[in-house]
Design a protein. Sequence first.
Length: 285
Amino acid sequence: MNKTKFDEFPRIGIVIIARNEANNIYDTLDALSQQTIPLTQIVLVDDNSTDDTVKIAKNFDVEILTFPEIHDNWVTRPELAKVFNYGLNHLNVDNLDFISIVGADHLLSFDYYEKITEKMMTDDSVVASGAIQGEIATAPRGSGRVIRKDYWKSIGSKLPVNFGYETYVYVKAMQLGFNISYYEDIKTKTARRTSITYKPIMYYHYGYAMQALGYPLLHTFLRSLLLLKRGKGFKSFMFFLKGYFSNKGIFYEESLRNFISKKYNTKHVLSNPTEKFKRFMETKY
């Protein structure tokens, strides 16, 4: 991607989806309203809340949409991408430089977008995120993720409605030869730890996604062990693996699956074992 020079500051569009987030949405929107870079557009998709989420959001300069379909909890399911896409479709992408998705309980530091866009321009990254305190990751997080407009348009300006849609965004960038970044020094907070409310069946969907994307068995098995390390229980561990083996044909394009299979092959998984074991032992959530 070409390094763009901005006249004043980068133009950033935000999408938030929220269902019954009255306890968190004020703080999330307040942090966004105080960014050191003025945000160009903020779209909040109310996913049929029954509390005061919308009433609270109206205190801010936010475009509020109501997702038109009544449904059960879609967390970890591919259908949730439809809710995100409903908001993403309302972004004026041609008037933006970056697109970002933010969780309804995610508290970003006031200089989050200033710092991350500066680093992305320096590193020529097309997808990046900061870190969530208390969590260990190596790839861009789903919430707080920032995506370059040109790359976003190149993949259709929408999330695929398939298992693993969040992962797809950055692994597709890697396949196409672009840089992605995870900035551990840019710290953020969430009101809830990621997956704190997940039920074991939700990990079945994660395993299903690993197969859809083409992750090899050894890599997937080691990822499943992290669930035990994080205290998610043996049932979640088994559901994760069951999901992986149950997916017999809901796959992403073959070229992407081949790329992931080669990148995370046995040689890669077993390389630098000391550092990887250290990260494994440090993982808490």
